[in-house]
Design a protein around this ligand. Structure first.
Ligand code: FAD
Ligand code: UQ1
Length: 438
């Protein structure tokens, strides 16, 4: 009797029940033609596109968070130019209507049986899988963190819990070192660790405190930015504004009670330097999503192993990947995800017809380098590190128009274009705009 009641309850939830345990409907087996893992940028955008291609009833998204955030605006939240509230919307509101939202965490992916197991014990099977699980941030790899964030004067734009602490530290700045770090790992939006330095400099000038501050950017990288065209202009800016850039310096410890940051010199193993700070902005070490890393879908490092042209998995042809969780050899950004959605849509439409994928991803990525409260250098480039600029003007120049685009246009393009599967990056417009100039 009890089992029958359970069965009725489960059936009334609308779950596609093909097999049922008597004890709990949490163990009900569900099946979808297209299963999307992750309801972040790539996951929501692809679910909107898959709904259009296959019908909503054939698509499900696994995501446990009740809120969806537009992370790129956190740079401006950390500098007090936008509110955190403005960066988030409920996951329910961005989920395409009719698409099944599985409100759980993915625990295990089994591509050999075409199944996924969630943290509440459900097994979901799929015909096709899109993995969009993003990357993992690792504050805990720095000694003294994350507990150090309980102290004042320290923040990080890289998480919801810490981004407002950056703004607090900036407002409370009195006198001393403003220190910014860049870890010894891949990161998402490789420009963000220094954008907040430029904004800090601008804020301190605006509030008359700049002459009491030493602004220091300690980066693990051997360059200020990976693409020479933009690096050249950034070096000029840091010189002009008296911002100290130290290369190959990696943050390994924060003694937040004493306001000390410890950096190791990556070129001289064993050599460390302790910096006292009045403000510290931490960019955490990052790495592959742990669920991807623990599955057979991972490459030897742990990233999702996909074909760089078509975004199809290299060993499992019914699996696809997008965004920060993949091993696509380009810089990890939302702008890159936008371009990838158009390519992946095309790849999947071909695979569904038993045809070969044709359109190739060129690696397009973009980083709006915010250099003050009203200027941006808009870096755009491809797999080869070649600039691939949308506008027929020199983008390696600080421009007010680009700041307006970053702060006010991009969020609209994100919520109403990208997430609805209507914005596949600026590629087509680039061609038009450049044609117009010829
Ligand atoms: P995400 O959007 O991170 O989504 C991953 C999703 O997977 C999340 O919703 C997460 O909850 C979910 N997930 C993870 N694990 C599980 C699990 N086990 N089970 C279920 N769900 C799971 N990009 C730009 O283009 N321009 C910028 O100016 C820019 N600035 C940035 C500034 C900052 C401070 C930050 C943090 C990022 C910035 N980015 C920028 C990067 C951009 O936000 C990301 O590259 C983009 O969101 C990646 O999309 P994604 O779908 O791959 O991952
Ligand atoms: C972009 O497409 C995008 O996604 C909506 C961003 O936000 C995550 C960006 O920051 C940028 C720069 C682009 C590229 C778009 C144009 C118009 C250059």
């Amino acid at each position: 009797m009890a089992a029958l009641r359970r069965l009725r309850q489960c059936a009334s939830t609308g779950v596609g029940v093909s097999h049922l345990h008597t004890s709990s409907c949490a163990l009900a087996k569900q099946h979808y033609k297209m299963l999307v893992l992750g309801g972040g940028t790539g996951g929501i955008a692809m679910s909107a596109r898959m709904k259009r291609m296959l019908g909503a009833e054939n698509v499900a998204v696994v995501e446990s968070n009740e809120m969806h955030y537009y992370q790129p605006i956190w740079t401006l939240v950390g500098a007090g130019a936008k509110t955190l509230t403005s960066s988030g919307r409920s996951t329910a509101s961005v989920m395409p209507s009719g698409v099944k939202w599985v409100k759980s965490k993915v625990q295990e992916i089994n591509p050999d049986t075409n199944t996924v197991r969630t943290d509440d014990g459900n097994e979901i099977s799929y015909e096709y899988l899109i993995v969009a699980l993003g990357l993992q941030i690792h504050f805990e790899k720095i000694k003294g963190l994350p507990e150090g964030f309980e102290h004042p004067k320290i923040g990080s734009n890289y998480s919801i819990e810490t981004v407002q602490k950056t703004w607090k530290a900036l407002q409370d700045f009195k006198e001393g070192n403003a220190v910014f770090s860049f870890p010894n790992t891949l990161v998402k939006c490789a420009g963000a660790p220094q954008k907040i330095m430029y904004l800090t400099d601008a804020y301190l000038r605006k509030t008359g405190k700049r002459d009491k501050a030493k602004v220091i950017y300690n980066t693990s990288l051997p360059v200020i930015f990976g693409i020479k065209k933009y690096a050249d202009v950034l070096w000029e800016i840091v010189k002009q504004r008296d911002l100290q850039v130290n290369l190959r310096q990696n943050l390994i410890e924060v003694r937040a009670d004493k306001r000390e940051a410890v950096f190791e010199n990556l070129d001289k193993p064993g050599e460390t330097k302790v910096l006292e700070y009045e403000m510290l902005h931490v960019t955490p070490p990052m790495g592959p999503n742990l669920v991807v890393k623990g599955s057979r879908l991972a490459d030897e490092v742990g990233w999702l192993d996909v074909n760089k042209d078509h975004l199809q998995h290299n060993r499992y042809p019914n699996v696809f990947g997008i965004g920060d969780c993949t091993n696509l050899p380009t810089s990890k950004t939302g702008a890159a995800v936008a371009a990838q959605t158009a390519i992946l849509n095309r790849t999947i439409s071909k695979v569904l017809k038993n045809e070969k994928p044709d359109r190739k991803y060129d690696g397009y990525t973009s980083c709006p380098l915010v250099t003050s409260y009203n200027t941006v250098v808009l870096a755009e480039f491809d797999y080869n590190g070649q600039p691939l600029e949308t506008f027929p003007i020199n983008q390696a120049k600080e421009r007010r128009l680009m700041y307006y685009m970053k702060a006010d246009v991009m969020p609209h393009l994100y919520w109403h274009g990208l997430l609805r599967g209507l914005w596949g990056g600026p590629g087509p417009y680039r061609k038009l705009l450049h044609l117009g100039m010829k």
